[in-house]
Design a protein around this ligand. Structure first.
Ligand code: AHG
Ligand code: MN
Ligand code: MN
Length: 338
């Protein structure tokens, strides 16, 4: 090990965004200001997530209630933080969240409101109580030409191919933010002592093939036959090696592993969720955007996720997302089962 300190520049997510923004002609800093709303909110969320087991204990001693703060579930708290931080950005006209039935109009009447942000404030929330990774996903869309402030749904009912940026944060062994503005995928790790996201994973590329598949196998007797054929091929060594399985039950964490290590994550149609369980706008679209930017692929079983024109903001979809080799094999299995 050398004692010489690294001379590599430290790049924060804010610096990175300012650099990326030069790709948007006419952008005047509004986009980086918008994204800083997401970074701020996710820092607040991670600090609460890190204290998850303590909040009730401290609350009983009064230091939570003294502030008049009612104990809230972390997914409600996370939603409030995102809405609060993003509402302060004048460039945003519409917010849509898993936790709100309808899209929220912000800055009614502002001519400067050019963007909509769609998000899942806390993904994998059933894992909170057992100290397993959770996350936040987000997708940013431009206000469609001619869309009025009276029709917020129109702002967000756009196919994923129209996303101008998307990303997620995983609150795992460290807090990591991964985002793309359509110019590659970049990961930033939160340095807790200074409260800054620092570039740690520039230009992320999914390996062409991985070693894991990730699916809730408890439901496999209700998957369509093509999915079971596919999983059997992965298990049997038909792709060169026998696959192992990993399933966390937080899509963000399962996808993050798939992005770094390759492989495939699936949430197929099941008996209880024949149209899939995951939500198109704020779960499937952001990970599909990132996967495609990183050399992978995302399908709803047959169609590219990013081609789906949504009908409603909480619409669900099956999702199969992964590396090139696994996705090509999946497509072969679908064709053979027709
Ligand atoms: P959320 O916590 O936002 O409701 O999302 C949970 C989702 C997703 O994160 C995960 O992949 C999936 O639910 C797990 O579902 P199963 O328990 O049916 O496998
Ligand atoms: Mn979710
Ligand atoms: Mn959620």
């Amino acid at each position: 090990m050398s004692d010489v300190p690294s001379t590599a520049p430290i790049i924060t997510v804010q610096q990175h965004i300012l650099q990326e923004q030069k790709r948007f002609p006419g952008a005047s800093g509004e986009f980086s200001w918008l994204l800083s709303g997401i970074t701020m909110a996710t820092k607040l969320i991670q600090s609460k997530v890190r204290r998850a087991g303590l909040i009730d204990i401290l609350g009983e001693h009064g230091d939570v209630n003294v502030q008049g703060e009612v104990q809230q579930k972390l997914d409600v708290y996370s939603n409030e933080m995102l809405v609060h931080c993003l509402s302060a950005r004048e460039s945003i006209g519409v917010l849509a969240s898993e936790e709100n039935e309808k899209p929220l109009l912000v800055h009614k009447g502002s001519e400067n409101a050019n963007y909509a942000v769609v998000f899942d404030p806390l993904d994998g929330s059933s894992n909170i109580d057992v100290n397993v990774s959770v996350g936040t996903t987000f997708s940013i869309l431009r206000r469609p030409a001619g869309a009025s402030l009276d029709d917020p749904e129109r702002w967000v009912l756009q196919p994923g191919s129209e996303q101008i940026a998307a990303g997620y944060v995983v609150y795992g062994s460290s807090t990591i933010l991964v985002y793309s503005v359509g110019n590659g995928v970049h990961g930033f790790t939160l340095e807790p002592s200074v409260g800054a996201y620092i570039l740690s994973h520039p230009n992320m590329q999914m390996p062409a093939q991985g070693r894991y598949y990730s699916v809730n196998e408890a439901y496999c007797d209700t998957f369509p036959p093509a999915y079971n054929d596919y999983l059997q091929r992965l298990r049997s060594g038909a792709l060169g090696h026998r696959y192992a399985s990993r399933y966390i039950g937080s899509m963000v964490a399962d996808f993050h592993r798939t992005l770094l290590k390759g492989g495939v994550f699936l949430y197929p149609p099941t008996e209880s969720n024949p149209g899939g369980k995951l939500r198109l706008l704020y779960e499937a679209n952001p990970v599909a955007f990132l996967a495609e930017q990183a050399g992978g692929k995302a399908l709803d079983g047959t169609r590219p996720i990013l081609d789906i024109k949504p009908d409603s903001i909480h619409q669900r979809t099956p999702l199969v997302v992964g590396s090139r080799v696994e996705m090509e094999e999946f497509e072969r299995c679908i064709v053979q089962n027709r």
